[in-house]
Design a protein around this ligand. Structure first.
Ligand SMILES: [Zn+2]
Length: 264
């Protein structure tokens, strides 16, 4: 897919993400390096039509935004991804990952995977970590908040993908709330330290991306690219449930494997 224009952006952890603007106006973050032949796009809040506090590329109808604005935003994102059908799920912070063969509503789950070309898999987030996975011809997108992360959803998704493809998946962790902005209860902090090691917490501050990385490595994932962006620190780019209370929007995160070999 062509890009109208591009600006590299520096993240807190280096140069592992790049910003792009689609012809439809939707602004997204791509991991660097990006997977070959696969489009992974973590859409920002920029380039849509929603009004404050949903300005402007909000994709949730559940927070009070108008259906018209959300529909237009989704159309811009679909266009930015090549116009393919989009599959989505009703996210419940669980650990179920479903295989999908076509666009549309795909059930109650927090992750989707497919071996189909020209099919976009989407999840919505506001602080929770989006995790994209690529293993041969199989691609996945996972919603990993603290509950799903503690339950090991990213590792589950990776294990589920290894069998059909025969190769180790690569993973791409998108913008999410980071240790700098994420204080949890002592009980949750203790649970994470027990499950993933002391290094994923400092006091009650949780490094959810590192916990996900530990989970992914245990599941045999080789390459892990973490975009490093914090949704709490970058309210200019992302919706953040924690730092933009009481109401904010949701960012869409999408993966697709175009038959033409990807847009990058
Ligand atoms: Zn932060």
């Amino acid at each position: 897919m062509p890009h109208a224009d591009r600006d590299g952006i520096k993240t807190q952890s280096g140069d592992r993400a790049e910003m792009g603007v689609s012809h439809s106006g939707a602004v997204y973050i791509e991991p660097r390096p990006a997977p070959e032949g696969v489009d992974v796009r973590f859409f920002t809040r920029l380039g849509g039509v929603s009004k404050t506090p949903f300005d402007s590329l909000n994709v949730s109808r559940k927070m009070g935004d108008t259906a018209e604005a959300v529909d237009e935003n989704l159309a811009r994102i679909r266009s930015a991804m090549g116009g393919y059908p989009v599959a989505w799920v009703d996210q419940v912070a669980g650990k179920d990952v479903v295989e999908v063969e076509a666009g549309g509503f795909s059930g109650v789950a927090d992750g989707l995977f497919t071996s189909r070309e020209n099919l976009s898999l989407a999840i919505g987030v506001a602080d929770c970590a989006p995790v994209a996975l690529v293993a041969g011809d199989v691609v996945a997108m996972v919603h990993s908040g603290w509950r799903g992360t503690l339950a090991g959803i990213s590792g589950e998704a990776a294990r589920g993908m290894v069998q059909p493809s025969g190769g180790a998946p690569a993973a791409y962790i998108g913008p999410c709330i980071r240790r700098c902005c994420y204080e949890v209860s002592q009980e949750i902090a203790d649970d994470f330290a027990r499950e993933f090691g002391e290094e994923v917490v400092s006091g009650r501050r949780l490094d959810i991306a590192e916990a996900i990385a530990v989970d992914l490595r245990r599941a045999g994932v080789g390459d892990i690219v973490d975009t490093g962006l914090c949704t709490g620190c970058r309210g200019d780019l992302f919706f953040s449930h924690r730092t933009q209370k009481p109401k904010t929007g949701r960012n869409l995160c999408v993966i697709a494997r175009p038959s033409g070999g990807g847009g990058t």
